[in-house]
Design a protein around this ligand. Structure first.
Ligand code: UMA
Ligand code: ADP
Length: 460
């Protein structure tokens, strides 16, 4: 186990990851300095907590000088790996680790790691739900919201820690190893940060890097973008909704099958999956393979899948009003997720698109918009770029804000139509985060429901 005692550790960024890492290192007798670009006035509560743990702080910005004498640098995922301070650390031979690298050195039991461009949170939650309901002692952590470092001290040899892993976390690992690694899919995202698809893919594929012959890798046989990253050392399992696989989980007719050592087990019927869309079938197949490899029984897996209610802000049904159904897919923060959302409905969709652009190509939305949508309501900073890239495929309304978008959509929609928030963009131009955007949308829809119900009942 790694010894932090007496080590000088620099933690960069003081949100969830940085706070948890600083406190962990201090608990393990390291000499911790923590820095953030945000000023003390934004961080008063956190600063008091960290100072009480004898952590030195430098807030409101930092320079490379802060690296003097440091043994280890742990940047938060939000700190770009090519930022000046991290380049300087590397030039001075100071190790730069993500928080998952440090956490893994203190972890007991088995780790199931899930990465991919889309579906990580849904699949991570589903796997944990299945394992917990199958009687395993589980912990849930990672990019899903609770830093891994925050839970490692609770792990025992019996624990299965189910961890969502982002490219930002994986790009700065050294010995991090997961016993079961899932690479769900690869589509463009975070290109503003990684610079190229190759760099983004390479960061994700590091999930397999330190796996051994005792470990398992699970990949999507239907996704030609990620299959080339199948590793050679661990045992490779596949999932597919289109074909039988040598080892892994697949759909055959109506049934989901798990195949191992040439033997096939029926797990459940596709129609029993409570989540909409072909993409959620993929998430279920990946989860079946992973949980079966952990040792969950087929019946328990099937029962847990049937009772999984999905995750908020992922193609979440909000309400039906006047025969119009409203769906919140605020977590569709990239183009592929929006494509999947459009694919999940037969047609007559009024879609809200826009927000903060991540260097995306929206032209690929043209065909599905032409086929499935009747109106695109554009909001946020990326509205103009989206408009120019989807022009001619669907009627466009420059709504500007989500409030106006919901108002216009509710007036334009006919019974049987779908109003869908699946913006294909980040939220930070108009909202704190995608959760905030989703909550605002849901509130607007609920108010709309109440207002309409109110006027319909004649009371004013
Ligand atoms: N900061 C600096 N210097 C910089 C950049 C940022 O000091 O150069 C400071 C900011 O002022 C702020 C802090 O760093 O105080 C922010 O750090 P952070 O963005 O890493 O925030 P955390 O709360 O630690 O959240 C991170 C993940 N964030 C990102 O990857 C951007 C969370 O994933 C994750 O849940 C959390 O760790 C726990 O593991 C969020 C995310 O958006 C949900 N992830 C991306 C995604 O899912 O697409 C990858
Ligand atoms: P992530 O954690 O990778 O962002 P989520 O489960 O939070 O994944 O889902 C993000 C978005 O992608 C949502 O809009 C969701 O409907 C969609 N999605 C979920 N699973 C998949 C998948 N397997 N492929 C493509 N899109 C998906």
């Amino acid at each position: 186990m790694f010894d932090l005692n007496g080590k000088k550790v620099l933690v960069i960024g003081l949100a969830r990851t940085g706070v948890a890492t600083s406190l962990f290192c201090a608990r393990h007798e390291a000499i911790v300095t923590a820095v953030d670009t945000r000023p003390e006035s934004d961080l008063a509560e956190i600063a008091a907590k960290l100072r009480a743990a004898k952590i030195s702080l430098q807030l409101g910005g930092y320079t490379e000088k802060i690296l003097d004498g440091q043994d280890l640098v742990i940047p938060s995922p939000g700190v770009p790996a090519d930022s000046a301070i991290l380049k300087a650390a590397r030039a001075n031979n100071i190790p730069v680790w993500s928080e998952i690298e440090l956490a893994d050195r203190f972890l007991h039991g088995r780790l199931v790691g899930i990465t991919g461009s889309n579906g990580k949170t849904t699949t991570t939650s589903l796997i944990e739900h299945i394992l917990k309901n199958s009687g395993f002692s589980t912990l849930l952590a990672g990019n899903i919201g609770t830093p891994l470092i925050d839970v490692v001290e609770q792990t025992t040899d019996q624990t299965i820690t189910v961890v969502e892993l982002s490219s930002f976390q994986l790009e700065l690992i050294e010995t991090f190893r997961s016993n079961i690694s899932i690479f769900l899919n690869l589509t463009p995202d975070h290109l503003d940060r990684h610079g190229s698809m190759e760099a983004y893919a390479a960061a994700k594929a590091r999930i397999f890097e330190k796996q051994t012959a005792a470990d398992f890798a699970i990949l999507n046989a239907d996704d030609p973008a990620s299959t080339p990253y199948a590793p050679t050392k661990p045992k490779v399992f596949w999932f597919s909704r289109k074909q039988r696989v040598a080892q892994g989980a697949f759909l055959l007719g109506e049934e989901i099958i798990f195949r191992h050592h040439g033997e096939e087990e029926i797990i459940l019927k596709q129609s029993e999956i409570p989540l909409p869309g072909a993409h959620n079938l993929e998430n279920v197949l990946a989860a079946v393979a992973a949980t079966r490899l952990v040792g969950a029984r087929p019946n328990g897996i099937a029962k847990a899948i049937r009772s999984f209610s999905g995750v908020e802000h992922r193609l979440e049904f909000v309400a039906e009003r006047n025969g119009v159904r409203y769906y919140n897919d605020s977590k569709a923060t990239n183009v592929d997720a929006t494509l999947k959302a459009l694919d999940a409905f037969p047609g007559r969709i009024l879609i809200i698109l826009g927000g903060k652009d991540k260097g995306s190509d929206y032209t690929v939305l043209q065909t599905p918009l032409r086929e499935k949508a009747i109106l695109a309501l554009l909001i946020g900073a990326a509205a103009q770029k989206i408009e120019s890239q989807i022009a001619g495929s669907v009627a466009i309304e420059r709504a500007g804000t989500i409030q106006r978008a919901v108002e216009v959509a509710s007036r334009a929609a006919q019974p049987g139509d779908i109003v869908l928030l699946a913006p294909a963009c980040a939220s930070f131009d108009q909202f704190e985060n995608y959760e905030h955007r989703g909550r605002v949308f849901k509130q607007l829809v609920q108010q709309l429901t109440e207002q309409t119900a109110h006027s319909a009942s004649g009371k004013r």
